[in-house]
Design a protein around this ligand. Structure first.
Ligand code: SAM
Length: 286
């Protein structure tokens, strides 16, 4: 099959449908088959697998996904792209094109409806303006997917896999570290897209853990503590946690918990590992 993912074909399709790019939807279409090959290698799909693709665009990556997976559910917000997708993917009978905002789709329900033998994987060149809500929504809601292989802004990929002491370390790094094992598959320069984004990109693979690497009784409390710690990054943990009045935790409570963990009272959240946040939150359950 002729590949959509090259600059010439992408421009032809866009022109023949009088399509105009919507900046607000983060539309940067992939035009490099080598990058798609790397995404496909990382996804290692079989005909038993169900793929959720977020933002298929004109279908450049979707073509490959349909060839390898059992079923592809492609969620695209821009209704101008739907007739294009109907044409570019007309040879496949294993695709559902869903014209919705991904943040409003019940992905858990979508997975149940497909009921495939193999695993469900999210594979996407994401719209960068909503990367964090998409990823956090999948992880925090325990959506039953085995892995997430996504193109994101390079800076976000760095944040996802950084550790204490790095400027990139934050709530996203800890959430990713709690739910999955991240690894960068490829760094992708702007010239692999039409139009070219202003930032560099990376493909990152998140393999979801069966069991998180740390055990906590109250996962929600741990993440509230983590968010409070990084909302006021320059403050000490004693101040940032007690300043979030919604948790009702006093300065003395935090100071005592830190003392129990043999951590200094002046420590900031950016110095704590996931394991230390887990143990801190266990001591702050009242
Ligand atoms: N997958 C295509 C490719 O690689 O060429 C397009 C990727 S482009 C970076 C992001 C796609 O996500 C666009 O098609 C855009 O219209 C779509 N999109 C943006 N916001 C969305 C949302 N909230 N829900 C679903 N799709 C969205």
């Amino acid at each position: 099959m002729d590949r959509l993912a090259n600059a010439g074909n992408t421009i032809d399709i866009i022109k023949s449908h009088n399509f105009t790019f919507q900046k607000r939807y983060g539309q940067n279409f992939l035009t490099d088959t080598h990058v798609i090959d790397k995404i496909m290698d990382a996804a290692s799909l079989t005909k038993d697998d169900h793929v959720i693709e977020i933002g298929p665009g004109i279908g450049s990556l979707t073509q490959y996904l349909c060839e390898k997976a059992g079923h592809v559910s492609a969620i695209e917000i821009d209704r101008e792209l739907i007739p294009i997708l109907n044409e570019t993917l007309k040879d496949f009978d294993n695709i559902s094109i869903i014209n919705e905002d991904v943040l409003k789709v019940d992905i858990g329900k979508l997975i149940k409806e497909q009921c495939m033998k193999g695993s469900t994987k999210v594979v996407a060149n994401l719209p960068y303006y909503i990367t964090t809500p998409i990823v956090m929504g999948l992880l925090e809601n325990h959506v039953p997917v085995d892995s997430i292989i996504i193109m994101v802004q390079k800076e976000v990929a760095d944040r996802m896999q950084s550790g204490p002491g790095s400027k990139d370390y934050g709530a996203l790094s800890l959430a990713v570290g709690y739910y999955c094992r991240p690894h960068i598959v490829a760094n992708v320069p702007p010239n692999c897209f039409i139009p070219r984004p202003k930032v560099g990109s990376s493909v990152i693979c998140l393999d979801i853990y069966d069991d998180p690497p740390v055990k906590v009784k109250d996962e929600e409390l741990m993440f509230r503590i983590i968010r409070a710690a990084f909302n006021q990054r320059r403050k000490t943990l004693v101040n940032s946690i007690s300043n979030d009045v919604s948790m009702g935790i006093s300065k003395q409570d935090v100071a005592k918990a830190l003392e129990d963990l043999k951590l200094p009272e002046t420590i900031r959240g950016e110095a704590l590992t996931l394991d230390q946040f887990a143990r801190l939150s266990e001591r702050l359950i009242f």
